[in-house]
Design a protein around this ligand. Structure first.
Ligand code: PGA
Length: 246
């Protein structure tokens, strides 16, 4: 159950949010809970989370440890401030920053090799869905994105299915639509990496998850968690979503 805060919250606001969240989810022992603040808030949020059951994640990272790569952040730097997770391949990175499947594959492999766990995002646009290309797009993103991984790597990966038409729009995929896409994604992993890996893989749903719709989405057999944007900015609403996942 992860919150992707995107480009939101100054450091003080970020710390206030996790201070509130800590007590709201203190009793949760059966789920991984992750918050992904902006880079500038990671260190302070990481300190605030010490000793809690909430893990720290970044929203992106680069393919190199250090060097002349102006503006980039390495997995080693993320670990240095307490991150155990990073998101890779969010549709906003693909759309607005032109990140290709090949670059994302490099990022994924380097983050894993550096000891981070990765939430790897895939998802189709409305146009792709309506023109019957959803499966083709998901296959391409999954096969190219996960190319070259070993079965062991999957212990540190979760896949997030995030239909682009449902992100930040208030339009959620129906539980049936989410289930269909998740089953398809799991099938791709089974084909390429075997059914043991596929069965154990956690597939999160993302796209307008709210306290009011989380339970019915999470009730689907192939929906194992959520990646939450807007509704994760508020500690109470994110805690409600965390608690909705059985
Ligand atoms: P949303 O964003 O919950 O605001 O739709 C989800 C995401 O982009 O991860």
């Amino acid at each position: 159950m992860a919150g992707n805060w995107k480009l939101n919250k100054l450091v003080g606001e970020a710390v206030d949010t996790v201070e509130a969240l800590k007590s709201l989810v203190a009793g949760v022992t059966d789920k991984d809970i992750v918050v992904c603040p902006t880079f500038t808030a990671l260190q302070s949020v990481g300190k605030a989370l010490e000793g809690s059951n909430i893990q720290l994640g970044a929203q992106n990272c680069y393919t190199k440890e250090s060097g002349a790569f102006t503006g980039e952040i390495s997995p080693q730097m993320l670990k240095d401030v307490g991150c155990t997770w990073t998101i890779i391949g969010h549709s906003e990175r693909r759309q607005y920053f032109g990140e290709s499947d090949e670059l994302l594959n490099e990022k994924l492999k380097f983050a894993l090799a550096s000891g981070l766990k990765v939430m790897f995002c895939v998802g189709e646009t409305l146009e792709e869905r309506e023109s019957g290309k959803m499966n083709e797009v998901l296959s391409r993103q999954m096969i190219n994105g996960l190319a070259g991984l070993s079965t062991e790597d999957f212990a540190n990966i979760s896949v997030a299915y995030e239909p682009i038409w449902a992100i930040g729009t208030g339009v959620t995929a129906s539980p049936e639509q989410a289930e269909e896409a998740h089953a398809f994604v799991r099938g791709i992993v089974a084909d390429k990496f075997g059914s043991d890996v596929a069965d154990a893989l956690r597939i999160q749903y993302g796209g307008s998850v709210k306290p009011g719709n989380a339970a019915e989405l999470m009730a689907k057999p192939n929906v194992d968690g959520a990646l939450v944007g807007g509704a994760a900015l508020d500690a109470e609403s994110f805690a409600e979503i965390v608690n909705a996942c059985a």
